[in-house]
Design a binder for this molecule. Sequence first.
Ligand code: NDP
Length: 286
Amino acid sequence: MAELIDGKAISQAIKDEVRNERAELEKKGIRPCLAVILCGNDPASTVYVSNKKKACEYCGFDSVSLELPEETTQEELLSKIRELNDDKKVNGILVQLPLPSHIDENAVIAAIAPEKDVDGFHAVSVGNLLIGRPGFVSCTPAGVIQLLKRSGVEMAGKECVVIGRSNIVGKPMAVLMLRENATVTVCHSKTKNLREVCKRADILIVAVGKPKMIDASYVKEGAVVIDVGIHRLEGKKLCGDVDFESVEPVASKITPVPGGVGPMTIAMLMKNCLEGCMRQNGLLNE
Ligand code: NDP
């Protein structure tokens, strides 16, 4: 029986830490502020944005919310981002993805001032991560590192296999594990013998985007398994990229879905926004 890694409890602890640090900032007259832009009316995005606003309230942050119609042009969106870049009160800017298909996501991400890029998607943030300099780290992979650390999982010297190489999860995940001194293998849709490669892993991180694809046949006895995937099945039940029932008896520790990686993403967003605010006010010793 694997031990469950409780993302709900760990994310709550992080939000409480952020809230306490925010209270200390208040004594200096500083209050973090996150701007969230939603463009269009994708139902999942609307829920994510509302959860981000709730997290801001919980942590005691100010928040600015821009809800733009589906037919907003790219230039209109870029112009809103430039206004927020110049607004001294705003410490972090997040544009909820995906954007309507007529808007170039890369151009939008590039327009966000790197010092306010709390999602960690800007090329400057990614570059800083790669060369080990301070900066924002993509929230989901940063959350996975916190789950591992706070569950007492030793990473140094361990074989880590990451399935997925997306810019927002797989690639930064691999770099972060490298930073923790794991020996890292990154798998993707062209990987040969995926099962054998995964079976080498002491720590298996799955961000493949395929419901329940990874069963026990991919997992070494005693491995730690982190499931980044989120899928809504018919009947509204959530599942991950890992077949939990199959893998749980083989793994030593495992994240459930829901209640594993999912809640960490917003907690890390709050942490990033606090960090951005402190950095902008010269309060971080880096
Ligand atoms: P993407 O679809 O962008 O990336 C999926 C990756 O998996 C790609 O690199 C792809 O390879 C690889 N892949 C696809 N099929 C296979 C296969 N059969 N064998 C091996 N590799 C394969 O997904 P994301 O990285 O954005 O997200 C991954 C999962 O995490 C999704 O389920 C998503 O919903 C979830 N997610 C959860 C978040 C959270 O807050 N918990 C946040 C973000 C994502 P290739 O590059 O060759 O195409």
